[in-house]
Design a protein around this ligand. Sequence first.
Ligand code: XMP
Length: 535
Amino acid sequence: MTTSERTVKHDPRNEAASQPGADPRGILIVDLGTQYAQLIARRIREAHTWCEIAPPRKALEYAARMNLAGIVLSGGPASVYADDAPEVPRQLLELGVPVLGICYGMQWMSQELGGSVQGADKREFGRRAIHVERAQGIFEGVTGDTLVWMSHGDQVVRLPAGFEVYASSDTCPFAAVGDPARGFFGVQFHPEVSHTQLGTEFITNFVYKVCGLKGDWQPASIVEREIEKVRALVGTDGEVVLGLSGGVDSSVAAVLVHKAIGDRLHCIFVDNGLLRHGERDIVEATFKEHMAMDVTIVDATDRFMGSLKGVTDPEQKRRLIGRDFVDVFKHEALRFKSAHFLGQGTLYPDVIESVAAHGGNTAVIKSHHNVGGLPKDLNMTLVEPLRELFKDEVRAIGRFLGIDARIVNRQPFPGPGLAVRIVGEVTSERARILRAADHIVTSEIEAAGLHTGLWQYFAVLLPLRSVGVMGDARTYEYTCALRVVESSDGMTADWAALPTELLRKISSRISNEVRGFNRVVLDISSKPPATIEWE
Ligand code: XMP
């Protein structure tokens, strides 16, 4: 009997999970200090499977409240025999569900079950070929050699009873091991990173073949579940206010809440005068007209511009915009006297309980402002229907709900809007100039079909004036910088090379069509050391 038969047939929770609104069966990821916990989670979610990340001290609590089908123990920087090794509860191996240990997770599991681990002379780091010896379990359908990403100092030198070798490499005889009877597997390499050729297949095999899951974490069931949850929370007469920015998160959150409670949702859209071309119109057309939702549009341009007058410090600009937003929103929200709930598009990465591998505080690079960052003193109960989801899942749900593609596929746009793309003082005139140039940049890149591979593409206004010539006249105008980057999460980014012809066209259109710019420059800085936005 294979482990998949064991898990699928004998677990009565399989039936329970198919009932509407029931907790989906899922995988618990125990974060043992890895930088890759979210990556592991995204791979599992890409296999349409529910999962949650927990720190080791809370792992049993999470396991008890989840509808648990399997556990992944992540990698981590410690040594299993070091003083600072995370304390992992042994009971995780006694819950009767399959376990996949990755790197440190494999070493901890092996040691715990009676094997032994030793430090190697030097750290093994980089791509290595492993030879698959047993095409079963996580290796079902995989034979021969394949490339994997290794990053470890220690390794398992003696296997616990019941374990067999599944793959080996020149330097690592126990590159992958398993005890099929218990559904326990360990890999010394990192299947979650893209450098591991068949990493997705290994993780999917663990989820489907070893844990016996069916991949039913799909937009339809997610939407159904979230609607049920909103209804249960808000009740039959509760009302919700929600700050709609037109970004994908607040938009999808709004549509979900609207599906759950209809007109008892009141959306508030604040135009701060720092929006991009056509943004307000798209929101109005999509939500107000097309979806018939209750949306209040507040034009607060004068207020924001008044506050920003004469301010040049980037952090001060961010603070003022955040403050004004809260004030305006609060004023509008309080008009809905019977609304005691506040809707927000908070995503899963913002709520994961993180493990500080090395302690200490992180330096504040930029104080982020989101439309979601709303005042606590409003005393409202939060309604956060995207709290369990990653961005790509939110987009999938947005498409499923039929939201305008211009919103669902929208590139990230910071809460402070164009203000962080106008270096120095923000004025209505500078916002007008930048908005016009930005519209040229985005529409040309989109018309060339290049936007799908890009993280962000936009224009920046540099208050640096230089001399130019137009017709026979002298000009003395600002500089426009093009910022076009590739990234998978915004944490790091590479500048993207656009075709010369496209750059030529964008540059010529900006200089010819936008009064205020006579020079266009290209930003070829990666992050780090630069950041994506200029302020
Ligand atoms: P940086 O400039 O820090 O930006 O490299 C990383 C990503 O975050 C976005 N960003 C923001 N998003 N509120 C937001 O919601 C903000 O205040 C903010 N500042 C930057 C930025 O567009 C990029 O995608």
